[in-house]
Unconditional design. Structure first.
Length: 494
């Protein structure tokens, strides 16, 4: 009898320990916006100019000051699809056979478990419930030359370790124009059918470049409602998880602010369409409200204080809206370049980390980081060691978040432009830009610019040191390092 009591006591003790650990383990919410530059957030615009911008972003402004913001944070690439590969695997996209990523849902992303870990699998192994919301942008297995069953999605988020997912396989910008819940088509209304949509319904009819773009989609598809539907699903997930008392990892990839820019008339009681000088600005405002709803839900559920909440972007912002430019909106906030560029405006992005229980409010870190660092960070949160034969470019940011260190976490930062053939390597304050002849082909490479970013963050060509004899040795060294890192399997983190 005594042995039986001892056994029961031991079991209860173990369960209690696990329960305490589960309660202490923070939730993790990563919000990755689409095409948001530093200047798209009013906090940064006001910091640079002293005046409020033309786009209200009260929720993002509050988030910027609620925890730690990074002055030298970068997207893994200056374009969407390669960044999404990196955010999932902790590796720069050149380590994959598809170095510029995969947009199309009929192309295999080649993320083989023999070669890559995924952040969702790591989180799941560490005791997290895992969920994905939004633009997937990591390929799929629909075959275009066969009769496609668009009612089921293959090779989506569930395939790579997520427990629950509400996906837009290729975002709002291309077919299928439909939501998929756990890889099954989620009908928008009872009478929904899958059919070919024209550009009027996809939102592209007013676009000069894509005015005929249509494709298969939900007959009730409305790009104006994509954001509200998406964040509504995320809010429901948070509320449900609060009831389980189990920690969760939620990766939220907003549809905003990618084209087509079709803002809703109203959202959450706020006027959106026409709230700013242009549709681009309206979509930024919509994104801000999405972020605000997620934060509000975390607070109302009593989860906010023990949640690590990260906000960042997949690449730099968009610079083509003439109305926004005329009103003084500058998406890159004074930096050279924008989405797709090898210059800082193409990949230097917002990165806010908020965790009231652990991260001091309104702090700034100058440590150079990359979005894919969240892979190593979530491994550290769940006391796991990364397989260094599968994860090469992700650094644990927990010591930085907690203010325990300000030392560099990356040996080098590696950048690439939209489709190539421009590449760059960062070592401390030095940035070397390299040009190739063909995208993705490391032949006939030539260094074309060297910038000291401490003195020339705008990468003004007058400050290009490439032809200065005093810097010849540095240029050679950095160029050789770049090529060596690219062709080897050397890690880029300390």
């Amino acid at each position: 009898m005594n042995n039986f009591k001892a056994l029961i006591s031991s079991i209860l003790f173990v369960l209690l320990v696990f329960s305490i650990q589960a309660q202490e383990q923070p939730n993790v919410v990563v919000i990755m916006a689409d095409d948001i530059g530093l200047g798209d957030i009013n906090f940064y615009h006001k910091q640079r100019t002293g005046n409020n911008g033309v786009v209200p972003t009260p929720n993002l402004d509050e988030l910027a000051q609620a925890g730690m913001r990074f002055s030298d944070a970068h997207s893994p690439a200056s374009l969407c699809a390669p960044t999404r590969f990196s955010m999932l695997t902790g590796n720069y996209s050149y380590r994959n056979q598809r170095p510029y990523g995969v947009w199309s849902p009929n192309a295999d992303a080649l993320i083989d478990s023999n070669n890559f870990m995924t952040i969702a699998r790591i989180a799941k192994k560490g005791g997290y419930n895992t969920a994905f919301f939004g633009k997937w942008g990591l390929g799929g297995s629909w075959k275009p030359k066969t009769k496609v069953n668009w009612e089921k999605e293959n090779a989506g988020a569930l395939t790579y370790g997520f427990d629950y997912a509400v996906e837009l396989p290729e975002g709002i910008q291309n077919k299928p124009y439909a939501f998929y819940e756990n890889q099954v088509w989620m009908k928008l209304k009872e009478d929904s059918v899958l059919k070919e949509l024209d550009a009027d319904q996809t939102g592209y009819s007013t676009s000069k470049k894509h005015k005929t773009r249509g494709g298969i989609g939900d007959s009730n598809w409305d790009p104006k409602q994509a954001g509200p539907i998406l964040v509504g699903k995320a809010v429901d997930y948070i509320k449900n998880q609060a009831k389980t008392k189990k920690p969760f990892y939620m990766y939220y990839c907003s549809q905003a602010v990618h084209i087509p820019h079709e803002p809703p008339a109203e959202f959450n009681g706020k006027k959106i369409k026409g709230a700013t000088p242009g549709k681009h600005g309206d979509m930024i405002y919509e994104l801000d409200i999405q972020v605000g709803l997620i934060v509000k839900t975390l607070k109302n559920a009593g989860l906010y204080d023990n949640t690590l909440l990260v906000f960042t972007s997949d690449n730099g912002g968009l610079s083509f809206d003439k109305d926004m430019k005329a009103a003084g909106h500058e998406t890159s906030n004074g930096l050279n370049g924008s989405k797709g560029s090898i210059n800082e405006g193409g990949h230097r992005v917002p990165f806010f980390a908020v965790w009231p229980d652990k991260i001091k409010q309104n702090t700034v870190s100058n440590v150079s980081i990359v979005g894919q660092d969240m892979v190593a960070t979530i491994a550290a949160l769940s006391n796991q060691k990364l397989d260094k034969t599968k994860v090469f470019d992700s650094a644990n940011l927990l010591p930085v978040f907690k203010g325990e260190t300000s030392k560099p976490v990356h040996k080098y930062l590696m950048h690439q432009s939209k489709g190539g053939p421009f590449y760059a390597i960062r070592e401390g304050k030095w940035k070397l830009i390299i040009k190739g002849e063909k995208p993705g082909v490391l032949e006939n490479l030539k260094p074309i610019a060297l910038f000291n970013l401490d003195e020339n963050l705008a990468e003004d060509e007058k400050g290009n040191l490439i032809n200065k004899p005093a810097y010849a040795e540095r240029i050679t060294q950095m160029f050789e390092t770049y090529v060596n890192v690219r062709v080897s399997r050397k890690t880029t983190v300390f």
